[in-house]
Design a protein around this ligand. Structure first.
Ligand code: FUB
Length: 342
């Protein structure tokens, strides 16, 4: 299949989080912009300052840009870098979750509230207490009590590897069920992660959200992604399968699908499990590397079909920080495996 066209070409967009709200498809992307900041492995060149919302009435239909719905200067706790957002609805309100650097340069997750899916969104004064790192994905389990879960995490520029055991830190539950205290170690910033024979990969994080969607209602848990051949957590040196960033959760026929980017190996991969909290077992790849370093996606059912939303840098001819959102249909095989539709 030839590469699809970008959904919009009047602005650069990335990291699409797609949802169906009120029978209409809404896409919450990052808004990429020109910068003189040189490419580095910390992602400083992704220097975004606001969010737009896109919408579509039917798959393949006209795309509406609802304009700027939130900007960095309106968010009291933010210093810079509005990265990949997500959105959710509950109790008649709409919530935009977004990562950004706080005034101490740490990535945190914030939330802003609106009455309509297309905003405008009003930010909370501070980030969500206990949140950290990047790439929030919020899953409201409408088939299981409307419980809402916040997934987050990304290594290298996303700082997940900077949170290490330390007595003064906040409590968190690791994949063995042990409670740990974690503190931020800035010496681990940048393109660093655990490595070495037998060392486990860092897992993404999840916590339940409060009913008003504005705070965490549980401890943060590390999620286990297991290798199917051993049943053990993926190892840090398994770069073609381990979690890097871009968490997404969806449910298909009662199974929970956790999908993500493998970062430096540039795959979109997925793992499945019986609970939104995991553990998940690695299943395979959804998308091979696209043009550009990053790959980031969402998966949603719309009009009886399933779609993958993702980005690449074809429109900017390979400029890594100028990406464009696209969509492709996906199908499931009898075992629940995901494939791109022809
Ligand atoms: O858009 C900035 C960052 O690039 C996102 O947070 C990552 O997922 C990657 O796409």
């Amino acid at each position: 299949m030839t590469s699809p066209k970008p959904l919009v070409s009047h602005i650069y967009t990335a990291d699409p989080s797609a949802h169906v709200f009120n029978n209409k498809l809404y896409i919450y992307p990052s808004h990429d912009r020109e910068t003189t900041i040189k490419f580095n492995d910390n992602g400083d060149q992704y220097d975004m300052a606001d969010y737009h919302v896109l919408s579509m009435d039917a798959p393949g239909g006209e795309v509406t840009d609802h304009g700027v719905v939130l900007r960095d200067s309106d968010i009291p706790w933010v210093s810079k870098q509005l990265w990949a957002p997500d959105a959710a609805t509950k109790n008649g309100k709409f919530y935009l979750f977004f990562p950004a650097r706080d005034k101490e340069n740490l990535f945190r997750i914030g939330v802003a509230v609106a009455d309509k899916p297309e905003g405008p969104f009003v930010p909370q004064d501070n980030f969500i207490a206990g949140s950290y790192s990047i790439d929030p994905a919020v899953f409201v389990d409408v088939d299981a009590g409307n419980e809402a879960y916040l997934y987050m995490g990304g290594i290298w520029g996303g700082q997940l590897q900077c949170w290490v055991p330390g007595e003064e830190g906040r409590e968190e539950i690791d994949i063995d069920g042990n409670t740990k205290r974690l503190v931020f170690d800035s010496s681990l910033s940048g393109p660093q992660e655990p490595s070495g024979a037998g060392v486990r990969a860092l897992g993404p994080r999840v916590a339940r959200l409060s009913d008003d969607m504005l705070s965490l209602a549980s401890s943060v848990h590390e999620i286990a992604i297991l290798a199917p051949e051993t049943g053990e957590p993926l190892l840090a040196d398994d770069h073609e399968r381990r979690f890097f960033e871009a968490a997404w959760m969806h449910r298909y026929q009662g199974t929970y699908y956790f999908s993500y980017s493998t970062g430096d190996t540039h795959f979109l991969a997925y793992a499945t499990g019986e609970s939104p909290l995991g553990p998940f077992t690695y299943r395979g790849r959804i998308l091979d590397p696209v043009l550009g370093w990053t790959t980031h996606h969402s998966i949603v059912e719309f009009g009886g079909k399933w779609f993958l939303f993702y980005h690449d840098c074809e429109l900017s001819k390979g400029v890594d920080h100028l990406r464009s959102v696209k969509m492709r249909e996906i199908v499931y095989d009898k075992e629940g495996g995901i494939h791109l539709a022809e």
